[in-house]
Design a binder for this molecule. Sequence first.
Ligand SMILES: [Zn+2]
Length: 304
Amino acid sequence: MRRILFIFVDGIGLGDDNPDINPFVVAKTPILNALSNGKKWIRGIGRQISERAVFIPTDPRLGVAGRPQSGSSQAVILTGKNVPEILGRHYGPKPDKTTRNLLEKDNFFKRVIQQGKHAALLDGYPPKLLADIARGYTLPSSIQYAAIHSGQSLFTIDDILAERALTAEYTGYAWRDYLKLDNTPLFSPQEAGKKMVELARKYDFAFHSHWMTDYVGHRGPFERGVELLEILDGVLRGILDIWNDDEGLIILTSDHGNMEHIGDRKHTENDVPTLIIGSGKEAFAEGLTTLMDFVPRMEKYLFA
Ligand SMILES: [Zn+2]
């Protein structure tokens, strides 16, 4: 049995060692740091191999000028194609027509399903967002678009209530605080991590997408960035507690930098962090340098 749990964290890059602008410098993240040999996730960290993980600074620029954007970068992660080069620019936050066509034709969720295997985007979405997507008021992200075109109906509040899906911010607190829903599940970060593994075990390819980091990268405040990283650290603690390294690979990465530089409201052109956890991590990490390098390796890992 081999499976992949893909943990996507929007808008985190490897930035300056500056405690005034970079939450990675001040957040207490013992798990993140342990997975990179005690080193902080900042520019210059280099490739790190620890007992449970390979850490790889990863290029989201792909030789195309400008600041990487979610629409094109997420499509790179899920198609393995140099989408910014095809478009002639980085484009986002939502996918343009060309990107949507590429994702409709081919994306990794779809490939997994075509192999007779099971894939899912684990996030459950609030009723209003799903209604806005259904009436064309909001375009799906590239990640959502890829899942939809593999045949998946995006998970709903019913799936959240039945604990078949996880909220984007892991713990469920935002559904209470912002959406004013009072009956949805709440988890500690560690419990949310365990829940993510339990859900991932139902699939060959499970993908979780977290976007609050990009939101905070654009708007701040700095303290919220620190808090989000400490929550992510707790989630990873829960994941590592029960993940059996022989059951498959965990991949964590991002689409572009942003939250590592709070204050300028823009994405950065920094490398993004990638973590590969599980048996076979070294083979998977070999030669991996850009966001295009996930699909061919995931294909080999799951379908060989
Ligand atoms: Zn953004």
